[in-house]
Design a protein around this ligand. Structure first.
Ligand SMILES: Cc1cc2nc3c(=O)[nH]c(=O)nc-3n(C[C@H](O)[C@H](O)[C@H](O)COP(=O)(O)OP(=O)(O)OC[C@H]3O[C@@H](n4cnc5c(N)ncnc54)[C@H](O)[C@@H]3O)c2cc1C
Length: 387
């Protein structure tokens, strides 16, 4: 997309490029040390380690264009792995609803990436219909702690997390959205058992988490008892905006075109095949349209607004685009896409193609399934009412 940049924005882009170039990972160095060092240096730049945080909490206060530039440039570079749960998801909730003490206690480690968090929302029987969750938290008679019992499922990175932010039920006498309470507790304690779930693509990233008689001090409750649903809903909007991955898709699509040009078809390459080229063109058009929506969402955010229901449009379209790219990559790699975990058959880009494609099937499920996003768009964007 052609976004014309002012002289200041061009200077900013050059500064970002220089930063990413100077701090790129050097093969053979310790990855974890590099990762923490990278975030520390990004922080010294004036909040580049937490681009979306408000300035009051140390964010850089960028304009929508600067955010756009950052997304574009980081998508093209190798930046350190950064799970969204702490900086992107829990932090905004703590800033909005946490006590000063909770902010002081948790935000510094979240920012430094020294404490890993996981998100304990979904349960067997409570995914799309999250408000049906049943993990129970009972307040002690002296009001000092909750005792939590239940099961969470699909908990990403639970096996590597230090803490969990968890939705629990403290009251089931009213409508199901009421009586939900937002608690924080450490994973490494008796009563928290993590069991792996291996997904279609063959990877271990999600888990079941069994919670048995875990005591959580009331100081670890975020906001009011029974109001967790309100906080969780806000968090989902942040999560959805982050899942669209449009800048990464732009880079992936360019890469795919290059790969397709290396595959022979008749007298030319796969990119000369009208059927394949049409699919690529359709993808490009949809990606461009989604980018405009993202810029609108960034503009709203720069005026202090929450992402709002447009985040559902971005989640829906962005994840479908990622899946279509994964599918076309398999198409380009042909039978060699079935190769997994090394081997020398076929073009290098095809390897693990199928397992990446299978893993991408989850994109339209987590963070709210596509059907649910369509419901949100119908109601809150288009203003349609159920007939
Ligand atoms: C890889 C992966 C990682 C995840 N990570 C996490 C995590 O870290 N933390 C966490 O809490 N959860 C996580 N989840 C859970 C995820 O949020 C849920 O899977 C998702 O909300 C869907 O819920 P469900 O699996 O119970 O499916 P269901 O809600 O049972 O849905 C099954 C099908 O029914 C459809 N459906 C449901 N309701 C409607 C409706 N009203 N109208 C039309 N169709 C409907 C759905 O679209 C879907 O196709 C993860 C899931 C995956 C796959």
């Amino acid at each position: 997309m052609d976004v014309s940049l002012s002289a200041e924005d061009q200077a900013f882009r050059d500064e970002v490029r220089a930063f990413l170039g100077e701090n790129a990972y050097q093969a053979g160095t310790n990855y974890m040390e590099w990762r923490l060092g990278w975030f520390a240096k990004a922080r010294e730049k004036g909040g580049w380690d937490v681009p979306k945080w408000p300035t009051d909490f140390g964010g850089p206060g960028w304009s929508p264009t600067q955010h756009y530039i950052w997304e574009q440039e980081t998508a093209r570079s190798t930046t350190p792995m950064d799970a969204p749960f702490g900086v992107g998801m829990l932090a905004p909730i703590l800033m909005g609803y946490g006590t000063q003490e909770q902010q002081d206690r948790f935000l510094p480690d979240i920012r430094a990436r020294t404490v890993n968090w996981c998100q304990g929302y979904s349960e067997p029987g409570a995914g799309s219909d999250l408000a049906s969750l049943r993990t129970k938290a009972v307040l002690s008679d002296d009001g000092t702690h909750y005792t939590v019992n239940g099961q969470k499922i699909w908990t990403t990175m639970a096996h590597m997390a230090d803490w969990i932010f968890c939705l629990t039920r403290t009251d089931d006498s009213g409508i199901k959205q009421e009586g939900i309470t937002f608690l924080l507790f450490p994973m490494n304690q008796e009563g928290v058992e993590v069991k792996p779930i291996i997904t279609l693509g063959g990877a271990h990233s999600v888990n079941s988490v069994f919670i048995t008689d875990v005591e959580v001090p009331v100081e670890n409750r975020v906001g009011e008892e029974g109001k967790g649903w309100t906080y969780a809903k806000g968090l989902l909007q942040h999560e959805r905006t982050g899942l669209a991955g449009l800048s990464r898709s732009l880079v992936a699509l360019e890469k795919l075109k290059g790969q397709a040009r290396t595959v022979t078809r008749g007298n030319g390459t796969l990119m000369d095949d009208p059927s394949f080229a049409t699919k690529v063109a359709e993808l490009e058009i949809d990606l461009m349209a989604a980018e405009f929506t993202e810029l609108r969402s960034l503009a709203a955010a720069s005026h202090g607004k929450d992402p709002g229901p447009e985040s559902s449009i971005l989640k829906l379209k962005g994840t479908e685009i990622q899946q279509r790219i994964a599918k076309l990559t398999v198409e380009a790699g042909g039978i060699y896409s079935a190769v997994r975990g090394g081997g020398s058959a076929g073009p290098g880009f095809a390897q693990n193609g199928m397992s990446s494609y299978l893993a991408s099937r989850a994109y339209t499920i987590y963070g709210g399934a596509s059907e649910v996003q369509k419901d949100v768009i119908a109601k809150n964007v288009l203003g349609l009412k159920r007939g």
